[in-house]
Design a protein around this ligand. Structure first.
Ligand code: PGA
Length: 252
């Protein structure tokens, strides 16, 4: 892939593919969670030792709730996509959310579960450790939410397509979203799996719900492929799919 990394919209991907396409599956709002959950359960049934990367946030919550009773990740390797720079135990931390929304409801937790320690004494070393764990075997499946600003994980607008796993500054809108989970939180940064590793995943599912996501989903699908909207890079991935509910897909 050959992308211009400028955030200027005039700098469309040098591959010249502003019309690159990605498969989009749209479900009625009330069946979305069950349909995507069914696919996740089927993936793990087919590949019990799959190496999967999971996001947190509002979007995956109903999907995790629907999947939990049937999901067997006991032999899988689970990676948590990102983590905010918040004290341990903050309800806004991604590890707290994944525990609350999925892992705590499973009959058997994953024996292999890896996450970024945002409180590590040597953040660069911690990012390198996590990155190596991901790289050593790669990812079979990565689920991603779509940020209101087009981010993937904490790969905010302006992130280059080859970005490493690293400490990343939060966009203001992301920091605001974090405060919605923990009013006492004052997040400025976090750690995230970089776009390079995300885009190397065999398969990627972008999960998008709600009418508030309709404009950014429309730009993700139809706008320029550019660092200005990191999710647009998924259109150059050979095996990425968008699972959207009807409300998020109204502008497509
Ligand atoms: P949300 O967040 O699922 O809470 O909307 C998505 C994201 O920011 O990646």
């Amino acid at each position: 892939m050959d992308h211009d990394n400028s955030t200027d919209d005039s700098n469309v991907s040098a591959s010249g593919r502003p019309d690159s396409s990605i498969r989009v599956e749209i479900f009625e709002d009330h069946v979305w969670a069950g349909e995507v959950a069914r696919r996740l359960v089927a993936h793990l049934n087919d590949q019990p030792t799959s190496r999967i990367c999971l996001p947190t946030g509002e979007t995956p919550r109903p999907l995790y709730t629907a999947a939990a009773p049937l999901l067997d990740v006991s032999s899988a390797t689970v990676f948590l996509l990102d983590e905010f720079g918040l004290p341990p135990g903050s309800p806004a931390r991604c590890d707290s959310m994944l525990q609350r929304d999925l892992l705590g409801s499973l009959e058997e937790p994953p024996h292999m579960y890896h996450r970024l320690d945002a409180n590590a004494s040597d953040p660069a070393d911690e990012c390198g450790r996590f990155d190596s764990l991901v790289a050593d075997g790669g990812l079979n499946l990565t689920l991603l939410g779509l940020g209101g600003n087009g981010h993937l994980g904490l790969n905010e607008p302006g992130t280059t397509v080859d970005s490493a796993t690293r400490v990343a500054e939060l966009a203001q809108s992301t920091a605001n979203a974090v405060r919605g989970y923990d009013p006492d939180a004052d997040p400025v940064d976090g750690m995230t799996l970089g776009l390079e590793r995300i885009l190397a995943s065999d398969e990627i599912w972008l999960v998008v719900t709600g009418s508030h996501k309709a404009p950014i989903l429309e730009r993700t699908i139809n706008g320029p492929i550019s660092s200005a909207l990191p999710a647009s890079f998924l259109r150059d991935h050979p095996n990425a799919v968008v699972y959207a509910d009807r409300s998020a897909a109204t502008l497509l």
